[in-house]
Design a protein around this ligand. Structure first.
Ligand SMILES: [Zn+2]
Length: 275
């Protein structure tokens, strides 16, 4: 499933293609949404905003399209109105004079009034968004220190969108590694320094990944690794996807374990109490 940085980039692309332009035609595959095809035609899209792993498209006129892609949903854009060549099933199409946006395979699609957006069962449970430029370090730090979350294992907490929204599998491994924290720890097992590092890295690594198109490693390391001929899989992250390869900090082997059916990568040396 895409993580916050990927959702934000998808929303940016959609925004560049169709925001601010007059809608010439709308298509909804689901019967209950058909009546909105006419209502949305002629409006302009005000904004396209990621909300956790969902996207809210605001049409003005008190109408918003909520879409959550789950595992298989995908937005695609075309310049001339022609439908992309794909076997996926089309759920939504929005055509403007020069660009069209197509949503495929997503199953959670709703039209919400303005005051229903924040009350939506998925949106109202979301924690602060790690990619959002207005999310502050203090806000995230408080989350880690809060009695609601501090007794939960970080390996599961970091995937809970109600804790911080936008984190997922690769960000989880990278945040724990860069903060030097054992994935089996709960926030209450961490030192104050580790908690501060977790809060800082939750924001920094997510925003770096958003800006760079998926990298969590710093520029100088990426440059050095590229010069050595490393593949993208090897230079884009410190630990994620690199089981058995040498750690970029200590040279020891990166380890992998499964928690809840999802892999977490770590270095025993950096993430101290691991054994
Ligand atoms: Zn290491």
């Amino acid at each position: 499933m895409p993580e916050g940085p990927e959702i934000w980039r998808a929303a940016d692309k959609l925004s560049d293609a169709i925001a601010g332009k007059e809608i010439e035609e709308v298509f909804f595959a689901f019967d209950e949404l058909k009546p909105f095809e006419q209502q949305l035609t002629g409006l302009k899209i005000d904004s396209i905003t990621p909300r956790g792993k969902a996207i809210v498209t605001a049409f003005g006129n008190n109408l918003n399209l909520y879409s959550h892609n789950q595992l298989y949903g995908k937005w695609m854009i075309s310049k001339n109105g022609s439908e992309p060549d794909t076997n996926r099933s089309l759920r939504v199409a929005i055509h403007t004079s020069d660009s069209s946006a197509f949503l495929y395979s997503a199953s959670e699609i709703e039209i919400l009034k303005d005051d229903e957006v924040e009350q939506h069962s998925y949106i109202k449970k979301l924690g602060p968004d790690v990619v959002h430029p207005e999310t502050t370090y203090e806000e995230v730090l408080k989350r880690y220190q809060s009695s609601t979350f501090k007794n939960r294992k970080l390996s599961t907490l970091l995937l809970d969108q109600g804790f911080l929204s936008g984190l997922g599998n690769y960000l989880r491994s990278e945040i724990l590694f860069c903060s030097g924290v054992d994935p089996e720890f709960r926030p209450k097992d961490c030192s104050e320094e580790q908690i501060e590092a977790l809060a800082e890295n939750s924001l920094e690594l997510s925003q770096r990944s958003y800006k760079t198109g998926g990298l969590t490693t710093p520029d100088d390391l990426v440059k050095a690794l590229k010069e050595e001929g490393a593949s993208r899989k090897q230079y884009r992250h410190y630990t994620y996807g690199r089981a058995g390869k040498p750690c970029y900090k200590c040279g020891k082997e990166i380890m992998v374990m499964e928690t809840g059916g999802r892999k977490i990568y770590y270095c025993k040396t950096e993430q101290k109490s691991m054994n």
